[in-house]
Design a protein around this ligand. Structure first.
Ligand code: NAP
Length: 314
């Protein structure tokens, strides 16, 4: 007979791995399904300063997540690497259809997170990986001693810009307003960094280049003025990093789960509108998307899954 897990967790970021750890400790039969690499957003984060207790010098997102993975597996969470393409969530047995297999469980915890929002300029797709990036940790070393531009004004943009100064000759933050959204403490560090410059009230309109990004047209949103920026002649290229927020990975659940701007609505105990289906982490409607809040959501969701299983035992 096909196995019916107590809980299937979709996504192996901090929310999913914390849910896996707690579900394992509750002795629930647990499967964590992830289509890519573990870690979600923090897999591509160089420095995490605000996860309580994480003050180990030189620790990165990937090293933290590796320990979270090991901890979840230690308590018995099974793993599957698959992309889920269809789900049936109503009823006592939830069914998840993947490219490789079909999975069944009494409860599902959705921890699919959110992915970087595209910059939204012309020819962006053409230059992906050829100058355009959404991951400083992954791609900063390609721009050693080159110029780099960062789009955005939030915590991610400013923190990643600072990280990029370790590699790039100069980093220019392009922001659509004349004041940053980033936390004041982060802003202060950036304003003191001699390698960081700012292009205020500006958006990127179009990218240029023949196979590799070597120019772009930017627009001043106040005056409408268009300016062409070209790579230094000796360089022949520059980097453009987008950090303008995230889109939730919730497309599988449209018309099933209640949502707000694509984020899944839950109550304080991570219950969605379907019994036995929970959501945790960045995919939820919430006020603070951080590792610490994602992990907390995961723990709560696992506890509620355990309660649901106990209440629905045959
Ligand atoms: P965010 O806070 O939503 O900031 C997005 C930035 O991109 C904003 O400055 C926004 O401009 C700009 N933007 C949005 N859409 C744009 C568009 N179409 N064109 C140009 N610019 C656009 O996103 P985030 O920085 O990725 O942070 C996400 C969450 O993670 C936040 O809660 C943040 O606090 C948290 N986070 C925390 C840390 C940390 O504490 N160390 C690090 C990273 C992220 P406006 O300002 O004009 O809206």
């Amino acid at each position: 007979m096909e196995k019916i897990y107590d809980v299937i967790i979709l996504g192996a970021g901090p929310a999913g791995l914390a849910a896996g750890l707690y579900a394992g400790r509750y002795r629930l039969s647990t499967l964590i399904i992830e289509r890519g690499k573990d870690g979600g957003q923090i897999a591509i984060t160089d420095e995490i300063e605000n996860y309580p207790g994480q003050i180990v010098e030189g620790e990165t997102g990937p090293s933290l997540i590796a320990r979270m993975t090991a901890q979840a597996e230690k308590f018995g969470a099974e793993r599957a690497s698959d992309t889920i393409t269809k789900v049936e969530l109503e009823g006592p047995v939830k069914v998840l259809y993947g490219h490789k297999d079909t999975y069944k469980a009494k409860t599902v915890i959705i921890a699919t997170g959110a992915f970087p929002r595209p910059i939204g300029c012309k020819r962006e797709a053409e230059f992906m990986g050829k100058g355009v990036s959404f991951c400083a940790t992954c791609d900063a070393n390609f721009f050693e001693d080159f110029e780099v531009y960062v789009v955005g004004g939030g915590d991610s943009a400013v923190e990643e810009a600072m990280y990029l100064t370790k590699f790039a000759r100069k980093v220019t933050i392009i922001h659509r307003r004349n004041e940053l959204r980033a936390a004041k403490s982060i802003q202060e560090k950036a304003f003191q960094n001699p390698k960081i410059e700012f292009l205020w009230d500006t958006v990127v309109e179009e990218l240029h280049g023949d196979g590799i990004l070597d120019g772009m047209t930017v627009k001043n949103v106040k005056t409408g003025e268009l300016t062409r920026i070209d790579a230094d002649e000796d360089d022949g290229l520059f980097g453009l990093f987008g950090f303008i927020g995230y889109n939730p990975r919730s497309e599988l659940f449209v018309d099933m789960l209640e949502m707000e701007n694509g984020y899944i609505k839950t109550d304080d105990n991570m219950h969605t509108n379907i019994p036995g289906v929970f959501a945790a982490g960045d995919i939820r409607v919430k006020s603070l998307r951080q590792v610490v809040t994602a992990a907390a959501d995961g723990a709560i969701a696992a506890m509620q899954a355990e309660k649901y299983c106990a209440e629905h035992e045959a």
